[in-house]
Design a protein around this ligand. Structure first.
Ligand code: C2E
Ligand code: CA
Ligand code: CA
Length: 898
């Protein structure tokens, strides 16, 4: 703001202009008033003067009339008129001459009634003119005489005169209204002029020629004098003889002086106003200016420093609106300052975060980024203004652009993705989460370096998909590849062969030569098999001594037979391990797509059945499902299936319970329910055999119901005698997808008077993730109903971090196969990874298959929460549980449990 535009300047200008205008108005008013007053005065004076002279003239005329009458009386008394005409003239002349001293008459005429003059004295023409006027009864009583050498106006007075026997005559007298008369008439300093026919006849004193010019405009007033005209004859108009009075006015205040006085007073008033009002106004304006200055200072620095404080002090010198404004402003500034400080703190806090807080425009250009950018992305260059896409791995750019587009067209309000960022030689994995801010149309979000967890996930994924011993794909990967192969074959109308290989009598190797040798032999065998397969084929380890081969794009049945025979031959040639030679054989079962089955599960089941059949034929046999179908199913298998169906029907499946022990306190916290089936002839059969069989026979739901109701009844009994045990129950895939499953479970639990919080439902990892969408929904439903959820056999399935996030589980059960390998580096690392992962997701961990104190302690040290295994207790019938729980504290002490 320039000085010119200041409020003070503006006000000064206004005050000045107002002063000038009011002075002018004042002067005009004074002038008009003065003039009017002067006019009134002059009019009054003129009237007085007019009256004075009118009266004077009238009085003079009366005197002259009286004189004329007196002369007539004397003439008549002396009977001069009656004298004979010759004497009469002489006597009359003598009479008038004798009277000359006191008479005012300059001309006399005596005449007969018919106008015949008898005697004339003075100007003859004047007398004749006067006579004719009187005879004509014209009212003019003054007349201008034109006798040579004399120009004067006369006042005519006449009277009748007795002429004896001649009858009545008349006498006419003319009084000269000359210089001496006017001098006598003039009052004070008045100058008188006698005009006739517009011409000056005579005047008192010298004739003012300047005045002569203005005589035409009488009456007239000037500053110093008045000009008044009045007729000599009172009842005559101005066209006769006129008396003009030039009256000098008493000295008055001149107009210039009046104007000057008015000007000076206006100036004085103006000065007074400016002094009083202007000064206080100035004070206010200065205070306002101080406020403005302070506010300006604040907006540039955002702190109320000394400048501001001084300005504030100045503005608060008085208590009025300005000071109140100052107080309000101070409060506002305080708020702004606090906000500023808060923002700074937020920024500093943001800088502490590991995440980068960014703002992007819709093209992915970085508008601002928190300082964590340098740390997280290892680049110290300024990112602001650059496009994020320029820094990404080219493979990730399209998906990022799609995300930006979807955000920009309001398709999505927020989105997140993982991208690779390339800085120099380093590739980092970033998780980027963006929201569109509706007010600015920009994108705000958070970038996080997830390289570590990504690599960890990769490792887990690899471990999850591969068998640790042989490095071959495991079941999960196999099933995945099988599904892909079938889809491809369906499109190409080709065949797929799937084979189950089970080593004959491998148990002997383990039992006689130990696990170590067994493991080495399995590794060597895997290599041998692998070497005899083509590139696109898959060899997977199914578990123990079972392998599966997947041969996609097999042209024919015969080709499959040839491939199988080749494998068989490859295995039969001796294998050398640790200096020993082994001769191995296997039983193999094959099934073909689409000949034997079109669904993956079916194909697996059929290959398995063919393998079972081959084994039943006396081992070292190769069987194709098609052949088996012709020959009919294996007698043993069918027998077993029938026995299982009967056992389920007759409810001969019983429950055993295995304790779950808290790792730190070593207190029993619950039991896992495990199904047991003992056939009267065949003896105990492992659930690992009969559970899958029940699944493929379609009786798993009945079996599950049996186990479930028994388990609830047992749990109720324990609770009734005061044992507080959590109950863990295994669920199979088919059970999970039963309609109204959750409602039923909840109803059962409540019917027994138990709470769902005391029940843990165990679902294998592969089941939980199989059909991720619907499984997730169902699990969320169970969770919402109050049940605890455990992911069983964790590590054998394929779960990514994000999937684990989505499943609302409470605990992870580390698979027995990992616990077995705890003393090997990879096993230990894997358990550690799982424990870390669980902790980061807020999940508890349970370790299965804890067989000795060493493993128990090691797991405890690694942070596992719950232990389960023979070391704590084997699965036991329900009636043994109460005693076991009671003796456990002493036993655990005896065992030297910490
Ligand atoms: P799982 O749920 O992982 O159960 C743990 C298995 O490990 C049980 O085998 C148990 O006896 C065994 N085990 C426990 N501690 C040790 C130990 O210290 N060392 C060794 N070597 N093994 C130990 P089990 O009873 O043979 O059950 C096998 C699988 O059958 C179970 O694995 C579970 O998946 C399934 N299963 C058992 N009962 C049921 C059931 O009622 N319903 C369903 N759906 N599945 C069941
Ligand atoms: Ca289980
Ligand atoms: Ca398990």
């Amino acid at each position: 703001m320039s000085e010119k535009e200041s409020l003070l300047r503006h006000t000064q200008r206004r005050v000045f202009v107002t002063g000038i205008i009011s002075a002018a108005i004042l002067a005009t008013l004074a002038w008009v008033g003065w003039d009017a007053a002067l006019d009134a005065y002059a009019n009054r004076l003129a009237e007085e003067i007019r009256q004075h002279y009118t009266l004077k003239l009238t009085q003079d005329r009366q005197v002259w009339q009286q004189q004329a009458e007196r002369l007539r009386a004397q003439i008549e008394f002396m009977r001069l008129g009656e004298l004979p005409s010759e004497e009469r003239r002489e006597h009359l002349r003598a009479f008038f001459t004798a009277q000359g001293e006191y008479q005012d008459f300059a001309a006399v005429l005596v005449a007969h009634a018919n106008g015949q003059p008898i005697l004339t004295i003075g100007c003859y023409t004047l007398l004749l003119k006067g006579l004719s006027l009187i005879r004509a009864k014209r009212p003019n009583r003054h007349v201008k005489g034109d006798c040579p050498g004399e120009e004067a106006v006369y006042w005519l007075t006449h009277t009748p005169l007795w002429l004896g026997k001649e009858g009545k005559g008349l006498a006419l007298f003319g009084t000269a209204l000359d210089h001496s008369y006017l001098t006598r008439l003039a009052k004070g300093r008045d100058h008188l002029y006698l005009l006739h026919g517009g011409r000056i006849i005579t005047a008192t004193g010298s004739i003012d020629h300047g005045l002569l010019v203005s005589l035409g405009e009488v009456p007239k007033r000037t500053d110093s004098s008045l000009l008044i005209a009045l007729p000599i004859d009172s009842n005559k108009h101005m066209d006769g003889s006129v008396l003009v009075v030039h009256h000098t006015l008493d000295p008055l205040l001149p107009m210039r002086a009046v104007l000057a006085t008015v000007g000076v007073s206006a100036l004085a008033i103006f000065l007074l106003i400016s002094l009083v009002l202007g000064n206080s106004l100035r004070q206010h304006l200065l205070r306002l200016a101080a406020l403005a200055k302070g506010a300006r200072a604040f907006t540039t620095r955002f702190t109320r420093d000394d400048t501001w404080r001084q300005s504030l002090h100045l503005a608060q010198l008085r208590t009025d609106e300005i000071s109140r404004l100052a107080v309000t402003l101070d409060r506002l500034m305080q708020v702004a300052e606090t906000r500023q400080r808060e923002q700074l703190i937020y920024r500093q806090t943001l800088d502490l975060l590991d995440e980068v807080v960014v703002e992007l425009d819709l093209t992915g250009r970085v508008l601002c980024a928190s300082s964590a950018w340098a740390r997280v992305c290892g680049s110290d260059g300024d990112i602001v203004g650059k496009r994020l896409t320029d820094l990404l791995d080219p493979d990730d750019v399209p998906s990022f652009e799609v995300m930006l587009r979807r955000l920009s067209v309001n398709d999505k309000l927020q989105a997140s993705t993982r991208l690779r960022l390339i800085t120099g030689q380093v590739v980092r994995w970033l998780e980027i989460r963006l929201v569109r801010s509706p007010e600015s149309r920009n994108l705000r979000g958070v970038l996080r370096d997830v390289t570590q967890s990504y690599l960890q996930e990769q490792r887990i994924t690899h471990m999850a998909l591969h068998d640790a011993l042989t490095e071959l794909p495991n079941r999960v990967l196999l099933e995945d590849r099988l599904r892909v192969a079938l889809r491809l074959a369906a499109r190409n109308q080709s065949k797929v062969a799937l084979g189950f290989l089970d080593l004959d009598h491998f148990k002997h190797v383990n039992d006689n030569l130990g696990h170590k040798t067994g493991d080495a032999l399995l590794k060597a065998l895997a290599q041998r098999l692998r070497a005899n397969l083509r590139v696109g084929d898959t060899l997977a380890r199914w578990g123990g001594d079972e392998f599966v081969v997947l041969l996609p794009q097999i042209p024919s049945y015969t080709a499959a037979q040839n491939a199988a025979a080749k494998l068989k031959a490859a295995v039969e040639s001796p294998i050398e391990v640790e200096g020993q030679e082994f001769h191995l054989t296997f039983s193999a079962g094959f099934a073909l797509y689409p000949d034997d089955a079109t669904q993956p599960e079916q194909l697996l089941a059929h290959a398995d059945q063919a393998m079972f059949y081959a084994k039943a034929q006396g081992r070292n046999a190769l069987c194709f499902f098609a052949e088996m179908a012709q020959k009919g199913p294996s007698k043993n298998e069918i027998q077993l299936q029938q026995r299982l169906a009967a056992a389920v029907r007759e409810a001969r499946i019983v429950n055993h319970y295995q304790p779950l022990v808290d790792a730190k306190s070593r207190r029993v916290i619950g039991v896992e329910c495990l199904a047991r089936w003992t056939d009267p002839d065949l003896g105990p059969i492992s659930p690992a055999t009969f559970i899958p069989m029940a699944e493929s026979l379609g009786i798993i739901r009945e079996l599950g119901q049996l186990v479930w109701h028994r388990a609830l009844a047992d749990a109720r009994q324990w609770r009734d005698i005061g044992l507080d045990l959590r109950l863990a129950v295994n669920l199979s895939k088919r059970q999970l997808f039963k309609p109204n499953f959750t409602e039923e479970l909840l109803a059962n639990v409540l019917a027994e008077g138990l709470s769902p919080q005391s029940i843990t439902l165990e679902i294998t990892e592969s089941t939980a993730l199989l059909d991720i969408e619907s499984a997730t929904d169902r699990l969320a439903e169970l969770k919402a109903a109050g049940f605890r959820l455990a992911i069983d056999d964790f590590g054998t399935g394929y779960s990514s971090l994000s999937q684990l996030h989505e499943i609302s589980a409470d605990e992870l059960k580390i698979d027995i196969s990992f616990v077995r390998r705890i003393d090997k580096p990879d096993g230990e690392r894997l358990i550690q990874t799982i424990v870390g992962l669980a902790a980061s997701l807020g999940l508890k961990t349970v370790a299965e298959g804890v067989e000795d104190a060493h493993v128990a302690d090691k797991l405890t040290d690694m942070g596992v929460d719950t232990l389960q295994g023979w070391y704590c207790g084997r699965p036991m019938p329900p009636e043994a549980v109460v005693d076991w729980v009671r003796q456990w504290p002493q036993q655990s002490e005896k065992q030297g449990v910490r």
